[in-house]
Structures are given as C-alpha cells and as structure tokens.
Design a protein around this ligand. Sequence first.
Ligand code: G3P
Length: 219
Amino acid sequence: MQFFLDTAEIQEIQTGLDWGMVDGVTTNPSLIAKSGRPYLPTVQAIAKLVPGPVSGEVLATEYNEILTQGRRLSGLAENVVVKVPLTPAGLRAVATFKKEGIRTNVTLCFSAAQALLAAKAGAAYISPFIGRLDDVGEEGMELVDQVVTIYHNYGFDTKVLVASVRSPIHIIQAASLGADVATLPFKVLEQLYKHPLTDVGLDRFLADWKKTGKNFEES
Ligand code: G3P
C-alpha cells in the first residue's frame, strides 16, 4: 500500500520523506489556503521535493477552464497529477487529459456509481472521501470496499486512493480491503508509529541497562 501525505506543509512532507514513508502527496485548495502560500508555486515546490506523484487541484468548474488549469498544473513538473472534481465537466476533462497523457486524480467521490464513472473516464486515481462520509452517519469504508470490488471485476487501471482519512483505523481497514493508496494527514502518519506498550517496553529496556552502570561499549 502506498502512503501519500495530505498536506501543503513543506516541513511535514520533509519529515515524512526523512522517515521513508511518503510515496506521494495530495493537496487541495483548502490545504494550500491554510498554508498561506501562493497556489502554483506551492504545488511546484512540493513536486520538486517529492519523488512520487503530487496531486494539484484545478480551481475551475467549467470544462475549458479545467483543461487550461490542468495543463498549467501538469506543466509545473513531470510528477504532478491533476486533481479534478467529480462532475460531468470534470470527467469530460479527465478523458481529454488521458488522451494527452496527463494523469488525473478524481476528487470528492462519495459513491460507487461516481467511482465507476471516473474509471470509465480514464482517471489514474479515484479519491473516495471516507471521513466526510463517516461525519454524516454513513460507513465510509463500505464505499472503499465497493470500489475495490468493482474495479477488480472489470480490470480498471484506476487506483483507489483513500482520502479524508481521520485515524489509523481507517488505514488498517483500507489496507485490509486492498486499497492501492491512502492519503494521510501528517498527524495520522505519526499516530501509526505509536503504541503505549512500545513506549513502556523501551523505557524498561533502557532503565534495566542503566542499572548496570555500564555503557554501550563496556563488557
Ligand atoms: O485531500 C482531500 C481529502 O483528503 C480531504 O480530507 O479531512 O478535509 O475531509 P478532509
């Protein structure tokens, strides 16, 4: 399973890369707005830093404008994936981008029917938003289950990129279902490392050795 970071914060991305756990990055307009940085230069800076795919989202909703903005984003760096909303105009643009060799990540997916349309349009990635479905009382992970099954049934190349992740449980469930990628807020990546018994065990190991009064090299 690949891990992407869902952030526009350079420091978080650098830390995730140093840990060796970041295969790519996803951004969205909200995340870049929160960073306080300019739009295109931020996507470009992230794409330069990260060896893997970096999703940059169009701000347009009309077909021709989506094409213009998507081509601009794609031209920033070879590893930029154009993030497109799941609308008729968006999926029409996805099909055009596919013919041009531009990879897309279809965002704001909340149903299996929408995911099927995105695959038919030729999306490289589909982003089901799990946490936001949970927030409205639905079972977000059921959507991942359905999409993985449907894509498998028909041999679609579109990768399932689990988004709107809120906790380590989401990652474990998505991995159990065979999702290709999860995009994580940095906080969730940190949480994946944590277990209280690891901390307790490490403290005990170190304390026990300290009691001997010897150092690392001493026999
Ligand atoms: O990047 C898209 C998605 O991951 C957003 O997540 O937490 O705003 O629902 P969230």
